[in-house]
Design a protein around this ligand. Sequence first.
Ligand code: APR
Length: 247
Amino acid sequence: MSNHALHNAAEALKKARCAMAFTGAGISVESGIPPFRGPGGVWSKYDPDKFEKGYFKRHPEEVWPLLKEIFYDMYGRAKPNPAHLALAELEAAGKLVGIVTQNIDSLHQDAGSRVVHEYHGSTRRMQCLSCRTFFKTEAISLDILPPPCPACGGLLKPDFVFFGEGIPDDVHRAATDLAKQADVCLVIGTGGEVVPAGRIPIVVKRHGGTIIEINLRDTSYTYNTTDYFLEGKAGTRTPELVRAVLG
Ligand code: APR
């Protein structure tokens, strides 16, 4: 990775009036959470069609064991890595206004980040599809699947966005508002293949913002949206960039 790109990216961040970050599964890979696409991706092992809301409602007894395997057993042990910690440090230093994440692992919050818009929801909550009550995941036993709603015995659904589901209005609006104000956006560990989330960096760019991308390999952003491409692992490049900004 050229030091030229690192230097220029750091200069842009130092001068930023309103810097934000847009993150995807790649920022959590070094925390032990596999990405969805690419080598070892979740969708190379599990059929994404089963995580479509209608299929889930028709076959909860089939889908819930898969949900537990992918999103609860593994996520439960995951800890923030140096990339999450570096973003939290940047925010604490007043150089990052907020994060829009596609991830549902809550590792940004665990790292200390305070402004985190969870565009695809979170594994930390569940909602009953009958009585609409929300529950903290830690209050729900996953020994019996599907877990019955403690209030009415109905079907509980994880509070993250399934395929075929819309993005909650409030988080979509907050994320888009931030993207419109941002003059720098760090795009870390995402190929931008899923919309509308993937459009966030495009909104920043359209409003004249500078895009700094950190990824192992080039993506759909690299050649037409990204201004500075820092190739490599998020857990290495992100702290390196933050050191170059904060000293
Ligand atoms: N450091 C930096 N980037 C990495 C690393 C790493 N250690 N490991 C993987 N990557 C990059 C990959 O090169 C790829 O660009 O992270 C990206 C992972 O891509 P996806 O798995 O598609 O993750 P994401 O873009 O977040 O997916 C978006 O798709 O299935 C839905 O809802 C799901 O939020 C998810 C959405």
